[in-house]
Design a protein around this ligand. Structure first.
Ligand code: FAD
Length: 344
């Protein structure tokens, strides 16, 4: 019987498998899609995620990111990272780099979609195969979360993300967040000749139509699309708990607030590391507390920003307020950028 089945071979599933291999566990990843797997994402890795991936032996391509810039019309304000550079990495390039690291460490990846899961006191049966533990990293719409009875309520705003690339040299090393009355556009440098633009919006919509809400940005991007539009959502996903017996949830499968603050990968990596520590100790229950300790800062800041920007007047005032109080904006950004670590 294997020690661990990781369901989902996205970035957090592959990272979980890497941590597990390093911890001496016998692990397999079940992922139905051929590598490199693509996904709608802002593609900006916070400095903490860059450091964590480096320590995992993942060789990251892409473009350095110096910080976050908020833009509204002619107004803009910068928050440079103080914990070293982040990195803009195309999703397929990130997945390829993680797959390569997993291959080097001998992590088996089986092309399978997990459809059934039952458990008893001694183990978990995943599509008929027995393992001691399961870590679910199967994304926003996690099948395992549902099968393990951990699905949370579906209340709240239904926000969606849409992403496309444009063939052009980045005009800044900052991730620019452009604000319109209806949506936000994230511009991330992901290479010397490529930028990614992710648009976040309530209820979804047509990508080109949404871009017209950012006239200066839309004009700059005209004629340069370099990939098809990919979408994801609703972004808000809840789990009731993160542990059910021998099943643990990590990454987006464990719940997601919004892409507004862009550190899903950093947080997911910290959760993956903590889940493997719990599995290795033979007692998954404490992972629930660790998950809360790791996630609260990110969740509170993201929920606060979402609540603020959900009100038209406050939304209009956000960038002017950040211009007046740049130190506050910089503190908030660097709170999110610092490494996500387990409390001692
Ligand atoms: C628009 C948008 C912008 C974002 N911007 C950023 C950003 O700039 N920076 C950042 O850090 N984060 C960002 N995020 C968040 C980030 O994309 C996620 O947090 C991250 O992808 C989570 O990785 P994951 O491995 O948990 O899930 P995923 O990447 O979704 O991977 C899940 C994997 O599970 C597989 N799977 C699904 N069901 C099954 C099944 N039944 N059996 C087996 N496998 C299965 C899927 O094929 C997939 O490969 C953004 C998200 C969105 C939507």
């Amino acid at each position: 019987m294997r020690d661990l089945v990781v369901v989902g071979g996205g970035p957090i599933g592959l990272a979980t498998a890497l941590y597990a291999t390093r911890a001496g566990l016998d692990v397999v990843v079940h992922e139905p899609r051929e590598a490199p797997v693509d996904k709608a994402c802002g593609e900006g890795l916070m400095p903490g995620a860059v450091a964590e991936l480096d320590a995992l032996g993942v060789d990251l391509p892409g473009h350095p990111i110096a910080g976050i810039r908020y833009v509204a019309g002619r107004r803009s304000v910068d928050a440079p990272f103080t914990a070293g550079p982040g990195r803009g990495v195309r999703r397929t390039a990130l997945h390829a780099a993680l797959s390569e690291a997993a291959g080097r460490e001998g992590v088996p990846v089986e092309r399978r979609t997990v459809r059934s899961l039952t458990q008893d006191v001694d183990g978990v049966l995943v599509d008929g195969e027995r393992a001691r533990y399961v870590v679910a990293a199967d994304g926003l719409h996690s099948t395992v979360r549902r099968l393990a009875g951990l699905e949370g309520s579906r209340r709240g705003r239904r926000r969606y993300g849409l992403r496309r690339h444009f063939a052009m040299a980045p005009w800044t090393p900052f991730v620019e967040v452009h604000w319109s009355p209806r949506a936000e556009a994230y511009v991330t440098p992901v290479g010397d000749d490529c930028v990614g633009v992710a648009v976040l919006v309530d209820g979804g919509g047509d990508y080109d139509d949404l871009l017209t809400g950012f006239p200066a940005l839309a004009e700059r991007l005209t004629g340069a699309p370099a990939s098809r539009v990919l979408g994801a959502g609703p972004l808000r996903q809840r789990s009731r708990r993160r542990v059910a017996g021998r099943v643990l949830l990590v990454g987006d499968a464990s719940g997601y607030v919004d892409a507004l603050t862009g550190e899903g990968v950093a947080l997911g990596l910290a959760q993956a590391r903590a889940a493997v520590t719990a599995v290795r100790s033979g007692d998954p229950a404490p992972y629930e507390r660790t998950w809360r300790q790791l996630s609260w800062r990110h969740n509170a800041l993201t929920q606060g920003l979402l609540a603020t920007t959900g009100r038209p007047m406050l939304r209009r005032g956000l960038v002017p307020a950040a211009e007046i109080l740049p130190w506050l904006f910089r503190v908030a950004v660097n709170e999110l950028a610092r490494p996500v670590v387990e409390p001692a």
